[in-house]
Design a protein around this ligand. Sequence first.
Ligand code: CO8
Length: 258
Amino acid sequence: MYQHLLYEVKDGIAYVTVNRPKSLNALSNEVLDELYAAFTAVNDDPEVQIAILTGEGKAFVAGADISQMVNLSTLEGRAMMIKGQNVMNHIENIDKPVIGAINGFALGGGCELAMACDIRIASEKAKFGQPEVNLGIIPGFGGTQRLPRLVGKGMGKYLIMTAEMIDAQEAYRIGLVERVVPAEELMGAAEKVAKTIMSKAPIAIRAAKLAVNNGISLDVRTGVAFEGEALVGPFSSEDRKEGMGAFLEKRPAAFQNK
Ligand code: CO8
């Protein structure tokens, strides 16, 4: 079904792998279309509770496809930019959590793709950067917005203006990734986090994602009000009764997604 992605669902986890290793998984228009479709499938499939996004070979994603961009007119470039932004917004806002398992180069659009995930786990071999200014452009798939929100305004500008490539430990130190693990443990570590999240009440996980995503660009008072509204759903659920009842009865909760 996909030409440039591998897509597999196993035990409630959707594995989405960008599979264009000869071009270091560069995001062409076609890859962007397939990523959009894959995450729509993640969102719509009731068998899927969570997704893990990774790359095949030595790169996670080495950026937007430069060989495709080089000949674009300004308007065509704008269309590709909007397409890329829509993909990142889509991944960030689907109803289910997405874990980025960052196996190698995450540069330009690849770093932007990583930042659209809810949680990032990096292999020790991963490298991050926003090298767009080397090419005469700036990040255009959300990097100027998501990077400063993750690492702060100063460090965000530093990385965007210097185009410096940083390793996984530095990415961890500045808050760009949540964990760093040996390369061979990457998928296992991502699956462990996925399973931990899957053991919680799905309605609570979805509300948490919604509240954090929407609150982050609001003032605290409005954000807290939004949090209150996002809590109404979980508080009205059967799973809330189950979770609290299980705690008081000193037994594990059995959530039904109700
Ligand atoms: N696009 C297209 N092809 C790529 C890309 C890319 N981003 N990255 C690597 N490749 C290709 C190489 O051209 C090479 O192809 P070939 O074998 O045919 O020569 C192949 O992948 C292997 O790459 P290298 O030989 O360069 O591998 P190295 O291990 O020597 O180097 C690097 C790895 C350091 C990752 C290097 O490939 C590199 O610097 N890549 C480019 C990184 C980059 O600049 N990324 C940012 C792109 S711009 C962007 O993402 C902006 C997004 C918003 C755009 C909005 C407007 C549309």
